[in-house]
Design a protein around this ligand. Structure first.
Ligand SMILES: CC(C)(COP(=O)(O)OP(=O)(O)OC[C@H]1O[C@@H](n2cnc3c(N)ncnc32)[C@H](O)[C@@H]1OP(=O)(O)O)[C@@H](O)C(=O)NCCC(=O)NCCS
Length: 318
């Protein structure tokens, strides 16, 4: 039996993102539920978020973001032979998202599968894409994080409805002579599975906010440091730190403990809310678009969320 020849490394060629048009401010929410701008900004850091229209699906969001990433990378649909979609808010279990996203983008017969590692999903998908290219199982990979949280959150539950939002971010991953995507550090804490759940198909998202907050602010900075160590990168060399956009206080706490003193820290949550698997590519794509981070600089990505799951890796910014 023969083994395929893989590439020496993999890199992100380009990012793309999409947010639904409908901007929902804290004041908008305070007209529906008992909350206020001061509470949301001081406890979570969000000023506004986007909610998809009822007829706009998580597949629609993914197609928009994926199409933009392909265009930004200058690749045609025919160049892609694997599509991975990270999501935890699909409206239906069958069929998966990846096959439909690929079909809508005109990508002919690629490998197509979904990853559910909740808010860590994009980093899991990125590691899988990189490994597939290095193992010779794929040539060029499109990965998309997409979420329509509004269909799994009860708007009347103010502990969750002010936090979670809709959006998508995508990346094109291609072979590289050098290491454009560092080793992943990933893991899980299944003993805390009950901290964030959707119990059954008739239920909405429930989370034990303080359990998650304590875990995120104590267990994750060592994972971030380990991802730097495994890539041979000093945190002081990072141009950007892009953690999952769960809560501004969590982001600032991890950034402080990481000691990435020269890095631009992603704070996309302020204007995008928590978009789970979409939040990291959405944040980084927008930072690149605004010219906040240098092409060729190093970015540390850190995903974490329900499961509980986490994953981190250093990448070269396209
Ligand atoms: C969810 C979270 C913001 C809640 O903040 P908190 O400081 O833990 O707040 P608590 O749940 O203790 O609630 C404090 C008070 O605010 C109230 N409150 C909750 N949501 C509110 C809202 N949207 N507006 C106003 N008040 C609210 C509570 O009812 C409670 O009132 P009480 O003291 O009268 O009982 C915070 O725990 C958190 O961010 N956890 C991490 C969650 C996370 O990141 N999840 C995603 C992982 S991917």
């Amino acid at each position: 039996m023969k083994l395929p020849a893989g590439a020496p490394g993999a890199k992100v060629l380009a990012f793309g993102h999409y947010q639904p048009a409908n901007v929902v401010t804290n004041d908008d929410l305070s007209k529906i539920i008992e909350t206020n701008d001061e509470w949301i900004q001081s406890r979570v850091g969000i000023k506004e978020r986007r909610f998809a229209a009822p007829e706009e699906s998580e597949i629609d969001l993914a197609v928009q973001a994926g199409g933009k990433a392909l265009a930004a990378g200058g690749l045609a649909a025919a160049d892609i032979d694997l599509v991975i979609v990270a999501t935890c808010t699909l409206e239906t279990q069958i069929p998966n998202a990846a096959g439909r996203v690929a079909h809508r983008l005109g990508i002919d017969a690629p490998g197509a599968y979904d990853v559910n590692a909740a808010c860590a999903g994009f980093c899991y998908a990125l590691a899988s894409a990189s490994d597939a290219i290095r193992a010779g199982s794929a040539r060029n990979v499109l990965i998309v994080g997409t979420e329509k949280f509004t269909q799994w959150v009860d708007i009347q539950d103010r502990a969750t409805s002010v936090i979670f939002a809709d959006g998508a971010g995508a990346a094109v991953v291609v072979p590289s002579e050098t290491a454009g995507i560092g080793p992943v550090v990933w893991g899980s804490a299944g003993d805390k599975a009950d901290a964030i759940t959707i119990k059954d198909r008739h239920s909405a998202l429930h989370q034990e906010g303080q359990t998650v907050f304590r875990w995120a602010t104590t267990a994750l900075h060592p994972i971030a440091k380990q991802a730097c160590e495994r890539a041979g990168v000093d945190p002081a060399e990072l141009a950007a730190f892009v953690p999952h956009q769960a809560n501004l206080r969590i982001i600032e706490s991890i950034a402080r403990k990481l000691g990435a003193d020269n890095a631009v820290v992603a704070k996309d949550i302020v204007l995008a809310g928590n978009t789970s698997a979409a939040s990291i590519p959405l944040a980084l794509s927008r930072m690149i678009e605004r010219g906040e981070v240098p092409s060729g600089g190093l970015a540390l990505l850190l995903g974490f969320g329900a499961g509980l799951t986490y994953a981190a890796q250093v990448i070269e910014i396209p």
